[in-house]
Write a protein that binds this ligand. Structure first.
Ligand SMILES: O=C(O)c1cc(=O)[nH]c(=O)n1[C@@H]1O[C@H](COP(=O)(O)O)[C@@H](O)[C@H]1O
Length: 235
């Protein structure tokens, strides 16, 4: 059964056996899964194949950021793996994002969704200032989201704090993929621009990326079920 909820569980584990052990506790009808830099670096395409065998759609979160030719090649290689979504950094600029979109458009067969990270949810205004961006995260997110939309990508990765403003500025077609999700009683960890699951959906998020609040919970399946119940999504 295809996934019926907006939840994407981040499998941030050091190796394939730990990631698969967690995934086996989850139901592919209740969530998609995300493979990021740590897990993909240790396990490679084999982990994607195994998660597909378990019935999950996979978001390959490698946040590519390089010259256009290199990044377009990386996105094409991700498409070969049959992943559901792949992402780049919007900071790579217009020509990089267009090259990635054109590479996917030019493919026959499977085409993953292509999204671009705007401002990482671990960053706040002071962090941006230190790297030479002298504006509020909200403004920078809107600027990069508009550029992403002009380049014809499917969506952006941002905080759900920015979702409402993006929906009114850019409409309903752009997917808003929002990490930095924390249930009311959860710790923020290294995240800064956090939002609860329900508030994220109310703000207009399309997908909620949730890692530690589920993966480090004593009972991950129950933690996922609680979040799905909070969203009143019927599976
Ligand atoms: O692209 C991402 O998925 C991402 C972008 C972003 O701005 N912030 C962010 O936290 N993420 C990812 O989302 C996940 C969040 O995990 P938790 O903080 O454990 O819920 C991690 O795997 C991050 O790599």
């Amino acid at each position: 059964m295809p996934c019926q909820t907006p939840v994407i569980v981040a499998l941030d584990f050091p190796d394939m056996s730990a990631a698969v052990a967690l995934a086996e506790q989850l139901d592919p009808a209740q969530c998609r899964v995300k493979v990021g830099k740590e897990l993909f670096t240790s396990s490679g395409p084999a982990v994607i194949e195994r998660l597909h065998q378990l019935g999950f759609e996979v978001f390959l979160d490698l946040k590519f950021h390089d010259i256009p030719n290199t990044t377009a090649g990386a996105v094409s290689a991700a498409a070969e793996l049959g992943v559901w979504m792949v992402n780049v950094h919007a900071g790579g600029g217009r020509r990089m994002m267009e090259a990635c979109r054109e590479a996917l458009d030019g493919r026959r067969g499977h085409r993953p969704l292509l999204t671009a990270v705007t401002v990482l949810t671990s960053l706040e205004q002071e962090d941006l200032l230190e790297v030479g961006v002298d504006i509020e995260p909200m403004v920078q997110v809107q600027r990069l989201a508009r550029l992403t939309q002009e380049c014809g990508l499917d969506g952006v990765v941002c905080s759900a704090r920015e979702a409402k403003a993006l929906r009114s500025a850019l409409g309903n077609d752009l997917l808003l993929v929002t990490p930095g999700i924390r249930p009311v009683d959860a710790v923020a960890d290294d995240q800064r621009r956090i939002v609860t699951p329900l508030q994220a959906i109310e703000n207009g998020s399309s997908y909620l990326v949730i890692g530690r609040p589920i993966t480090k919970a004593p009972d991950p399946a129950q933690a996922l079920a609680d979040i799905v119940a909070e969203l009143s999504v019927s599976v």
